[in-house]
Ligand binder design. Structure first.
Ligand code: PEP
Ligand code: MG
Length: 762
C-alpha cells in the first residue's frame, strides 16, 4: 500500500498539533500519556491505542485507550514476548490485519484485546534502542495505511522525548536495536597498536541529544535546516579541498560519498517533509535517519551498508550543526576509563584526550603507519583498526574489552568473556614483567654483535620510558608532536624548554631530534592562515617537512636556535626529514650553522658538537648517496614513508593497509643496497620506521646488516628478546641468498627460519 508524503504529513501534523499542548502542559507524565493515547486513537480512528514502556527489563502497559484499564501497570511482557516484545527487541514496526495469526502473538486475558483483529505497533526509540512500544488496534481486520504508520513513528519520536523528560525511561535498559546486536558481540579488526584495554565506549563525535521534538514555528525550523545544510556543504567542500590534510582524517572516497549525500535532493526533501509534519529540525533529521535505518536493515548488502555509515555520519554532522552541540568527546572530557570509537582520527585529535582515562581506540579505518597510530603507540594506547560495523553494533556507554593480541573487541561481554580476558591480561602482565626484567641486559646477538636499540619519542612524558625500557637512547624524537598538541605555534622558549628537559632526562644517552615534519596527515591549522598548505591534492607528496621548513625558514630558524641553546654544553644531534636531494640537506645544515654562529657571536654557550643526520624516506635520495654520504654524520631510514613511496601506496589509506608487505623483496633489496653503500662510506645507518618495532621485521633488518634500530618503546622488550636469541651472521648468510633469488613468500621463509633457529619472535 503506497501513500503520498502530503497525506503522511497531514496525519502526523494533526496529531502533533494536538500533542503540542499536552507536551507543554504541567500535568504529570501519567496524565500526559493518557491524553496521548486518546489523541492518537481518535485521529487514527482506532478503538485501541496503548503505550508500553520498558521498566526493569520488561515492557509494562503504561497507558491505554480501549483495553481494560485494570490491565494498566499489570500487563507485562518480556523482551521478545508477544507482538509488543518482538517490536521492542527487533526495533521494528509491525502492521498486521490479523494479530492472532502472527507466530509471536501472546494472549493477555486481562486486557480484553481478543476483540481486535488488526494491530500496528512501532518502537519508541532512544539512542537507537527501543525503550517502549506504541501500538494501535482495530476491530475490523485491515492493515493500517503507510500514512498511519508514518504518523505513528513520528509520534513515537515525540513520545521518546516526553518519557525521557519525565524520567520514565529505564536508562539501563538493554533492549537491542537489531537481533544481530543482542548481548555480547565479538568484532575483529586489524591490530594497529597491541595491548589490552577495558573501558566504556565513547564516541569521538557524541550523539546529539534531541531536547525538543515538536516545532513551535515550522518556518523557523525550516530555516534552521537550510542554513545547517549550507554550513555542512561548506565544511565538506573544505574537507575535500584539504583532502587528508583535514584534521578529521577522512579519506577521499568517503568525502566523495559525503558530497553526494550532502547535495542529495531526496534527503533534504524528506527532512523538510518531516518538519512540515510538525517536528523540530533536530527531530526531523533524526526521524528521516530512523526511517532509513529501518529500511537498510532489511537490505543485506555490504556496499549499501557502507553507504549507510556515510549517511549516518552526515546526518550526525547535520544534527551537530543544527543543535550547536559541536564538541568532541575530548572537549567534553572523559569521565570513566574509556575506549574511543571513531571512523578515523587525526593525530592532533587523539592528543586532545586525557591520557589517564583513554584506554583504547577502535577505528573503522586506520592503518599501521598513519600518524594517529604512531601517536597512539607512543602513548601506549592499544588501537584496533578496520573494524566493520562499529558504530552500528556499539552504543555509547557499552562495556568493551579490547584484546589487541587477538585483534578483537568484545562488546557487552559475557562473564565467560571477561574471565578469559582477565586471564590473558595476567599473561600479558607476566610477559611485560619478563621484558622489564631484561631491562639491564644488553641487546647482544647470540654471536656477540651489539645492536644499538633506541626508542622513538615525541611527547614529554615519553622520556621516562627510557629508564623503564633500558633503551640506548632516543633515535627519533618527533619534534612536530609538540606542534600538534598545541593550539598555537609553540614559541621558541617553549620548544627550548622541552628539548632541554628531554636531554636532561636522557643524561648520557643520545637523543636525535628530527626537525619538524608537518604536512601529510600532520596538519597544523594555525599554520595555514595563508591557505597555502590546504590546497594540496596530494599532501603526503606535497609541500611538507623539509620542503616547507626551508621556505618557511622563520619556523626552522626558531627551532634551530631552540635546539642549539638547549644543547649548550652537550653533543646535539639533529636530522632532517623528507630530504629528496642533497642540496636540501646542505641548506638545512647551513641554516643551523648560521644560527650557531649567531649564538656564538652573542657569547652564549654552544653545544660541544652538532652532529647532522638525514632521513632516507624518499627513494630518489638513494640514487644520490655518493654525493650525500660524505657530508653526513648518520643516516636513518624512515620505512613508513619509504614504503609508501616505493609502492606508491598512501600509508594512511585503509584499503591499502594490508596490501604490501614490509618483508617484500623490493623493500628488503632496497634497504640492503642502502646499507651496503652507507657502511662502505663509514656512515652509521639505522632504521626508525615502525617496521623495526616488529620482531620478525626487525630480525630481517638485522639480517640486512642494520645494527641500529629506533623503535616504539613497547617493542624494546620483545625486540631485545629476539636479538638475544638470534645468530645474526647465520641469518645474513641465508638472507643474501634469498635476496638474489627471492622465495614466493619472504615472510614465510623468515618465519620458518626463526622457528628452526629458535629465535624469540613475539
Ligand atoms: C618514517 O617515515 O618512517 C618516519 C619514521 O617518520 P614519520 O613516521 O614520522 O613520518
Ligand atoms: Mg616520515
Amino acid at each position: 500500500m503506497s501513500s503520498t508524503p502530503t497525506l503522511a504529513v497531514s496525519a502526523a501534523r494533526e496529531i502533533l498539533t494536538r500533542l503540542h499542548d499536552v507536551m507543554a502542559s504541567r500535568s504529570a507524565a501519567q496524565v500526559k500519556l493518557n491524553q496521548v493515547v486518546q489523541i492518537i486513537g481518535e485521529t487514527l480512528d482506532s478503538e485501541v491505542c496503548s503505550i508500553y514502556l520498558l521498566r526493569d527489563g520488561v515492557l509494562e502497559l503504561f497507558a491505554t485507550r480501549g483495553l481494560k484499564q485494570e490491565a494498566v501497570h499489570v500487563t507485562k511482557l518480556a523482551l521478545g514476548e508477544g507482538l509488543v516484545g518482538t517490536i521492542a527487541e527487533h526495533v521494528e514496526t509491525l502492521n498486521l490485519d490479523e494479530a492472532t495469526s502472527h507466530p509471536d502473538f501472546a494472549y493477555k486475558p486481562e486486557t480484553g484485546e481478543e476483540l481486535y483483529h488488526s494491530f500496528a505497533g512501532v518502537p519508541i526509540v532512544r539512542r537507537q534502542r527501543a525503550v517502549g512500544v506504541l501500538c494501535v488496534q482495530h476491530e475490523a481486520s485491515r492493515r493500517y495505511d503507510d500514512v498511519e504508520i508514518e504518523a505513528l513513528q513520528t509520534v513515537a519520536m515525540v513520545l521518546a522525548e516526553l518519557i525521557a523528560g519525565a524520567g520514565l525511561i529505564d536508562e539501563s535498559a538493554t533492549a537491542s536495536r537489531d537481533p544481530r546486536e543482542t548481548g555480547a558481540v565479538r568484532l575483529t579488526g586489524l591490530k594497529l597498536v597491541e595491548g589490552m584495554a577495558r573501558g566504556v565506549a565513547v564516541f569521538h563525535q557524541p550523539r546529539v541529544n534531541i531536547e525538543h521534538t515538536v516545532a513551535e514555528d515550522i518556518e523557523a525550523e525550516r530555516h534552521r535546516v537550510y542554513s545547517a545544510f549550507a554550513k555542512m556543504r561548506e565544511q565538506i567542500e573544505r574537507m575535500t579541498r584539504e583532502a587528508e590534510f583535514g584534521t578529521a582524517g577522512e579519506h577521499h572516497d568517503v568525502l566523495e560519498t559525503y558530497k553526494m549525500f550532502a547535495y542529495d535532493e531526496g534527503w533534504s526533501r524528506r527532512i523538510n517533509e518531516a518538519i512540515s509534519s510538525g517536528l523540530t529540525a533536530e527531530a526531523a533529521i533524526e526521524r528521516v535517519q530512523q526511517r532509513t535505518r529501518m529500511r537498510m536493515r532489511e537490505i543485506d548488502d555490504p556496499l549499501l551498508q557502507d553507504r549507510m555509515h556515510d549517511l549516518e555520519d552526515l546526518s550526525n554532522r547535520l544534527l551537530r550543526i543544527v543543535s550547536g552541540q559541536l564538541s568532541t568527546a575530548a572537549q567534553l572530557g572523559l569521565r570513566h576509563d574509556s575506549i574511543l570509537i571513531a571512523r578515523n582520527l587525526g593525530p592532533a585529535e587523539l592528543l586532545e584526550y586525557d591520557r589517564r582515562r583513554l584506554k583504547g581506540v577502535v577505528l573503522e579505518e586506520g592503518s599501521l603507519t598513519a600518524h594517529v597510530t604512531i601517536v597512539a603507540r607512543a602513548m601506549g594506547i592499544p588501537v584496533l583498526g578496520r573494524v566493520r560495523d562499529v558504530r552500528r553494533t556499539i552504543a555509547e556507554g557499552d562495556l568493551l574489552l579490547l584484546d589487541g593480541v587477538q585483534g578483537a573487541v568484545f562488546v557487552r561481554p559475557t562473564t565467560a568473556m571477561e574471565e578469559a580476558f582477565d586471564a590473558k591480561l595476567l599473561i600479558g602482565q607476566k610477559r611485560r614483567a619478563q621484558f622489564a626484567a631484561m631491562r639491564d641486559q644488553p641487546p647482544v646477538t647470540k654471536n656477540g654483535e651489539r645492536i644499538t636499540l633506541m626508542m622513538n619519542a615525541g611527547l614529554r612524558d615519553d622520556v621516562s620510558t627510557l629508564d623503564v625500557t633500558g633503551a640506548d637512547g632516543i633515535g627519533l624524537f618527533r619534534t612536530e608532536f609538540q606542534f600538534l598538541v598545541s593550539a598555537t605555534l609553540p614559541q621558541r622558549e617553549r620548544q627550548q624548554r622541552l628539548y632541554r628537559d628531554v636531554m636532561d632526562a636522557a643524561g648520557d644517552r643520545p637523543v636525535i631530534f628530527r626537525t619538524v615534519d608537518i604536512g601529510g596527515d600532520k596538519a597544523l591549522p594555525y599554520m595555514n592562515q595563508d591557505g597555502d598548505i590546504a590546497t594540496e591534492e596530494n599532501p603526503a607528496m606535497g609541500w611538507r617537512a623539509i620542503r616547507l621548513a626551508l621556505e618557511r625558514d622563520a619556523l626552522m630558524k626558531a627551532q634551530a636556535r631552540a635546539l642549539i641553546e638547549a644543547g649548550a654544553g652537550r653533543v646535539l644531534q639533529v636530522m632532517f626529514p623528507m630530504v629528496s636531494e642533497p642540496w636540501e640537506f646542505d641548506e638545512a645544515r647551513e641554516l643551523f650553522e648560521a644560527q650557531r654562529k649567531w649564538i656564538a657571536e652573542r657569547g652564549r654557550m654552544l653545544p660541544l658538537a652538532i652532529r647532522y643526520g638525514c632521513m632516507l624516506e624518499v627513494p630518489a635520495l638513494a640514487e644520490s648517496l655518493d654525493i650525500l654520504l660524505p657530508k653526513l654524520d648518520f643516516l636513518s631510514i624512515g620505512t613508513n614513508d619509504l614504503t609508501q613511496f616505493l609502492f606508491a601506496a598512501d600509508r594512511a589509506h585503509p584499503k591499502l593497509a594490508e596490501r604490501y608487505d614490509w618483508l617484500s623483496p623490493a623493500i628488503l633489496r632496497f634497504i640492503s643496497r642502502v646499507v651496503r653503500e652507507t657502511k662502505a662510506a663509514d656512515v652509521p645507518v639505522g632504521v626508525c620506521g615502525e617496521m623495526g618495532g616488529r620482531t620478525l621485521e626487525a630480525m630481517a633488518l638485522i639480517g640486512l646488516g642494520i645494527d641500529r634500530l629506533s623503535i616504539t618503546p613497547a617493542a624494546i622488550g620483545p625486540v631485545k628478546a629476539m636479538i638475544r636469541t638470534l645468530d645474526a651472521a647465520a641469518l645474513r648468510t641465508a638472507m643474501a641468498d634469498w635476496l638474489i633469488k627471492p622465495p614466493a613468500s619472504m615472510r614465510a621463509v623468515l618465519e620458518q627460519w626463526s622457528e628452526a633457529n629458535q629465535v624469540a619472535i613475539a
